[in-house]
Design a binder for this molecule. Structure first.
Ligand code: JFZ
Length: 437
């Protein structure tokens, strides 16, 4: 039967070529979904986990593609995966102590290897590794116990299935035949997603990645997204396609860039939509475990990421890449503990806040909740800080740290805060403005 084109297409374009990506047209989020979005926006901070058999090689999650490892060779890696030190209770405790409210973990990355007990294929952690246990099930149980919401990352791009054909920008060194059934691949993907949405309790959502490998393809997003929303109406759907959100998506993500920025070069078409936003980043420079990567960010850099994300009204999803034995490298555990300590003192300026009212500035950002505006001074060498004059009266201006008053003056069009150099915090000097009527 000939497939009919949907009436409306979310038109997208790549290098000036008009492309169309039909998604879930006419989608209206359910009340449960709206509630979940509100929760998500308040949460502000989550843990991203990139974990797969690639951790055995210790050169990141792209190793199969980057080093042109054919499938026959790559299939020798799972028999070496035996994470005897994997303890989901430790991971979840670490995330909670860091002040994180949710975890997003790779259920299947581009290498196509499922980190759960998939029934649609035996290319998974239970059937192909000596460990032989469902990694995701154990984490899901611990998250449920500890009140942490769990999202599954799922790579639509697949370097292992022959049916992922025609191939896209990547995965051409895997040694697959020059033929395959695209629709059958999508059936396989939908079946795996159904497993994930029915076998692991209520999920926070699905974090898609890999659409960008074949932007011209018909991914049947409408069907896939509708299935997810039917199976779990509260589960949030997002995709790392670096475009304006498609119909059927519930949050928007920005990879390694603040919303609207493009330092990476791949966010040039990432127009900001009107959904909750999440920005993901790495602690060092790798997603999957990379033994060579020692470029760990400092506490100050990590707090600045979190604070800036909040100032842009976005969550921060901060990544760790666990080692092949299931433990997380001590540099990252320590850093996350420090972020948690910072949040215990300053969390009211992050959790449950929204970005603004003053748009991000070179010196820092603002967040607000109720009658309070939090001025985050991240980099300001001078004592007097000029802000646009708020339309509402100002009851007080105080340092969040010790409640000391910050002398202020109102001009016709400016609010001038006189900061005490002695009160400057090397990470973030937070001034709380209490607004009146
Ligand atoms: C993607 C993955 O490829 C990566 O392994 C990791 O999971 C990250 C969170 O997401 O990264 C991308 C995706 C697309 C582009 C660049 C990096 N792109 O289109 O240039």
């Amino acid at each position: 039967m000939k497939r009919l084109l949907p009436m409306t297409l979310a038109a997208v374009s790549l290098c000036g070529i008009a492309l169309s990506s039909p998604a879930q047209e006419g989608y209206r989020p359910s009340p449960e979904n709206r509630q979940a979005r509100a929760w998500f926006q308040e949460a502000r901070f989550g843990l991203f986990v990139h974990w797969g058999v690639y951790s055995v090689l210790g050169r990141g999650e792209w190793v199969m593609h980057n080093e042109r490892i054919p499938i026959a060779e790559y299939e020798k890696v799972p028999p070496r995966f035996d994470p005897t030190g994997y303890d989901p209770a430790k991971w979840v405790a670490m995330a909670k102590a860091a002040g994180m409210r949710y975890i997003t973990i790779t259920s299947k990355h581009h290498d196509g290897f499922a980190m759960y007990d998939s029934k649609t294929s035996d290319y998974d952690v239970v059937d192909r590794t000596p460990y032989a246990k469902d990694v995701l099930a154990a984490l899901a149980e611990e998250c449920r116990k500890e009140g942490i919401r769990l999202f599954f990352y799922y790579s639509q791009l697949d370097w292992h299935r022959p049916d992922y054909f025609p191939r896209g920008r990547t995965g051409q060194w895997a040694g697959r035949p020059e033929s395959g059934e695209w629709d059958r691949y999508l059936d396989y993907m939908d079946a795996q997603l159904e497993e994930l949405l029915t076998g692991y309790g209520p999920l926070g959502g699905i974090w898609f990645d890999g659409w960008w490998d074949r932007p011209e393809a018909d991914w049947r997003l409408g069907k896939t997204y509708a299935t997810i929303h039917r199976l779990q109406p509260a589960a949030l759907v997002g995709s790392n396609h670096h475009r304006k959100p498609f119909p059927g998506e519930d949050f928007q993500m920005f990879e390694k860039d603040l919303p609207g920025h493009n330092t990476t070069g791949w966010n040039d078409q990432a127009e900001i939509g009107d959904l909750p936003i999440e920005m993901c980043e790495t602690i060092n420079n790798s997603w999957g475990y990379n033994a060579e990567d020692g470029s760990h960010k400092s506490l100050k850099q990590l707090v600045h990421l979190l604070v800036k994300a909040a100032g842009y009204d976005a969550n921060l999803l901060l990544n760790v890449g666990p080692r092949p034995d299931g433990t997380i490298q001590p540099e990252h555990v320590e850093r996350l503990a420090e972020v948690g300590e910072w949040l215990r003192a300053n969390g009211e300026s992050i959790y449950g806040t929204r970005g603004g009212p003053i748009p991000p500035r070179p010196w820092g950002v603002t967040t607000h909740a109720g009658d309070r505006v939090y001025v985050h001074v991240l980099d300001w060498p001078d004592p007097v800080l000029a802000l646009p004059r708020p339309t509402r009266a100002i009851r007080s201006a105080r340092y969040l740290k010790d409640g000391r008053e910050v002398p202020l003056r109102l001009d016709e069009d400016a609010l001038l805060l006189r900061l005490d150099p002695a009160a400057a915090d090397p990470v973030d000097t937070i001034v709380v403005l209490e607004l009146g009527s």
